[in-house]
Design a protein around this ligand. Structure first.
Ligand code: NOJ
Length: 733
């Protein structure tokens, strides 16, 4: 039962006013960049304010600014009949004014607590700029690197995805939703958006219900468990039913099984798109289907406003269902204290104070360096020296300012972006030792570019070659067929490598890439994703050894684009590849069934040795907990951090199980020569999966277990999960 305030409002609302609360429209009163939602331009600020005045707007999105936000709120509170405040939303994905690494990059840190801190900082800045509600985190599991929106999530793994989903929700929302700096979180896109066929954006999703349950839904559950009170539907269909009109998903699972009390918001015009899907015949039909499936708020199409009143009038939509949706929206507003203080998070003085917070730059720098994955480092070419070494910084990203932030950054303060050149210069003792040559454009050759780059490489002791994807290659609607570097950049790499000057490749990328030729063969390769505001400093910290890289791959790096979808936790096949036998095995004609670099891989400037994992018992009782302990030793000469990873494999089960699954991970810091005992606990819940009958539970039997440094490393130890008297098979957990 909602509060008496909400019940009394509901009792006084007309159907039009109720439907008004369910409408989400582009904020044309404070558009930050009108080209992002072009259709929205048809309505101007005055029209939007008039709609607010008439009680026809529940929420506005992607506007920014406290002063104008107050104006909107004043119209809602003082000039609309019922005075219901609007809730102001925006896509604040990985930073606001300060831009942090893209979420995929940050996931590489394997430090959810880092994501919690950057989300908190983001919330502080966003709420200062007149935003209550973010359409984040994206918690889509991305097992196909052709898909462009993997950049917004946490990669291919479920456990990592859950940890980051929860951390980001905690960070955005903070401890007290009513605090002026609490930013409501919206896990998205519900659901299985990352499972689009062939990695093609908006494509169909044909998926086993078990895979949906075990892989794509858990991060949403984790986000809800962390307190998220809204969720955004996805554009795709799932087994023929669009997610945005999918009653099984939006009502039976979400409300029935999970008791989700919050608001289901559509993605941009997703209700309208039911017509293009061929799932609804017209706008009225689309409205009815989306609403009755469980969508509460409609973004931008205006369908709910146009058709819900008549559907209620004609008895096709029960008024109780309308009331329930409105109640949820009002409860969301109440949860953040909007009824008591409609002007919360709309304080121009706070906005001015938060326009630049030095502590956030420091956090952005730390987040940047903690997100960089060192893939290889032959001959210890890294770290570089700050003095006495001539460095050629080559490549189209050397001086670039336009591809610093990565996708879905609407409000970043570009004036603060630190380029690679600036970062390296700031770190070097003698700037004269740095030569900078772009060599080529992002996608096209430069006149004389390669010659100049080759000359710079010849004159240098080491080349730092900054290559990668333009930032518009990842994010929404950016699927690729070949996940490779642009040809002009590859040509530059080949020419520079031919000089034989040692080569360090810095990759900028929003997905795993297939690396070829001179890039793959470089002495050192570091994946730098899109690191945000402090890019140059974060990279310099790693290049010069002020920070020993500690990030690990959250996505498998393939040998070739054609391997996609390639993910480490794939089900076992009947014909696995064997070292001694390759014909008639699960592999490609040209390449093996293996990544170039596996999930979990990453190097630092030291080395770690793992002892044999020691389980507390070889026979795990049904209700018992197993503790597995491993000694990890820093065997190198410098301090470093290691991501200790625990994987399991279910030997025999009623459904073919993955070759390995990550179950836990922990980042530890060790001084040279230091050892630590790392202990993980495991019980049957961690071993559960959805069986062919759709039941969730663990099955007794033998398991392999690894504690190791990546998804292909380590020696397995075994344990047995014992049944619960009557065998335990298929027991719902
Ligand atoms: C479409 C995107 O899919 C979604 O992630 C975003 O939140 C909305 N547009 C609003 O901009």
């Amino acid at each position: 039962m909602a509060s008496s305030r909400i019940e009394s409002l509901l009792a006084r609302m007309t159907v039009e006013e109720k439907v008004g609360q369910l409408g989400v429209f582009a904020d044309m009163v404070r558009p930050f960049a009108p080209e992002v939602n072009p259709e929205a331009n048809v309505s101007n600020a005055e029209q939007v304010l008039q709609q607010v005045r008439e009680g026809r707007v529940g929420s506005l999105f992607n506007g920014v600014g406290a002063e104008l936000g107050r104006q909107i709120q004043r119209v809602a509170v003082e000039e609309s009949r019922l005075g219901i405040p609007v809730i102001l939303a925006a896509d604040v994905i990985h930073g606001m004014r300060t831009v942090f690494p893209i979420p995929l990059g940050e996931a590489a840190s394997f430090e959810p607590e880092l994501a919690e801190r950057t989300a908190r900082a983001t919330a502080v800045e966003a709420t200062a700029a007149g935003i209550h509600w973010t359409y984040a985190p994206a918690v889509d599991i991305a097992r196909d690197q052709r898909w462009g929106r993997g950049a917004e999530g946490a990669g291919e793994d479920v456990v990592l995805g859950c940890a980051f989903a929860a951390a980001r929700v905690r960070g955005f929302q903070g401890g007290d939703l009513r605090a002026a700096d609490a930013l409501l979180a919206t896990p998205k896109h519900f659901a299985a958006y990352g499972a689009v066929a062939a990695g093609m954006e908006y494509n169909t999703v044909d998926i086993a219900p078990q895979t949906l349950r075990d892989v794509h839904l858990p991060p949403f559950q984790a986000a809800f468990a962390a307190g998220a009170l809204s969720v955004m539907t996805s554009f795709n269909d799932i087994n023929g039913v669009p997610a945005s009109a999918n009653r099984e998903l939006l009502t039976e699972i979400l409300r029935g099984e999970w008791n989700f009390p919050g608001v289901v918001i559509s993605d941009y015009t997703a209700d309208m798109e039911l017509i293009a899907h061929g799932y609804a015949s017209d706008a009225r039909d689309a409205t009815r289907k989306a609403f009755l499936a469980g969508m509460d708020m409609s973004m931008q199409s205006g369908f709910f406003a146009d058709h819900l009143p008549a559907l209620v009038e004609d008895g096709e939509v029960p008024v109780e269902a309308l009331d329930a949706a409105v109640r949820r929206v009002l409860e969301l507003k109440e949860a953040i204290g909007l009824f008591d203080d409609p002007y919360r998070s709309l304080d121009p003085a706070r906005e001015a104070d938060a326009s630049y917070l030095p502590a956030h730059d420091a956090l952005a720098r730390d987040a940047a360096r903690r997100s960089i994955v060192l893939l290889k480092n032959e001959g210890a070419v890294l770290p570089l020296r700050k003095a006495g070494q001539r460095i050629a910084l080559v490549g189209p990203f050397a001086r670039d300012r336009e591809n610093i932030e990565g996708c879905w950054t609407l409000f970043g303060d570009k004036s603060r972006y630190v380029t690679l050149e600036a970062g390296l210069r700031a770190a070097l003792a003698d700037e004269a030792l740095l030569a900078v040559e772009p060599g080529c454009g992002l996608e096209e050759p430069l006149d004389g570019g390669i010659d100049a780059a080759v000359a710079a490489a010849r004159a240098a002791d080491v080349v730092v070659l900054a290559l990668g994807e333009p930032q518009r290659y990842s994010g929404e609607a950016q699927s690729r067929t070949e996940i490779v570097l642009p040809a002009a950049q590859q040509a530059l790499a080949e020419a520079v490598a031919a000089t034989d000057t040692p080569l360090v490749v810095l990759l900028r990328n929003g997905r795993a890439l297939a690396l070829h030729g001179a890039v793959r063969d470089a002495q050192a390769i570091a994946v730098t994703w899109f690191l945000g505001t402090q890019t140059g400093h974060g990279v310099a910290d790693v290049l010069f050894g002020d920070y020993s890289p500690s990030a690990r791959l959250p996505v498998s790096f393939p040998l070739a684009s054609g391997q996609q979808p390639l993910f480490y936790n794939h089900p076992r096949t009947g014909r696995p590849e064997l070292p001694e036998m390759k014909e008639f095995k699960a592999r490609w004609r040209e390449i093996p069934d293996a990544p170039l670099y596996p999930f979990g891989h990453g190097l630092g400037y030291t080395t770690f040795e793992y002892g044999v994992p020691s389980p507390s018992t070889g026979r795990l009782g049904w209700d018992e907990t197993l503790t597995v302990t491993t000694t990890v030793t820093n065997t190198g000469a410098v301090a470093g951090e290691e991501v200790v990873q625990l994987y399991v494999h279910d030997r025999v089960a009623s459904r073919v199980r993955p070759v390995r699954e990550l179950k836990a991970f922990r980042k530890i810091a060790l001084q040279p020569g230091e050892s630590a005992q790392v202990a993980f606990t495991l019980d049957r819940h961690a071993l559960a999966f959805t069986n062919p009958r759709g039941e969730y539970g663990a099955e007794p039997g033998l398991f392999d277990l690894w504690v190791c440094a990546d998804a292909l490393a380590g020696e397995a130890v075994q344990f047995e999960l014992l049944g619960s008297g009557d065998s335990g098979l298929g027991i719902r957990d």
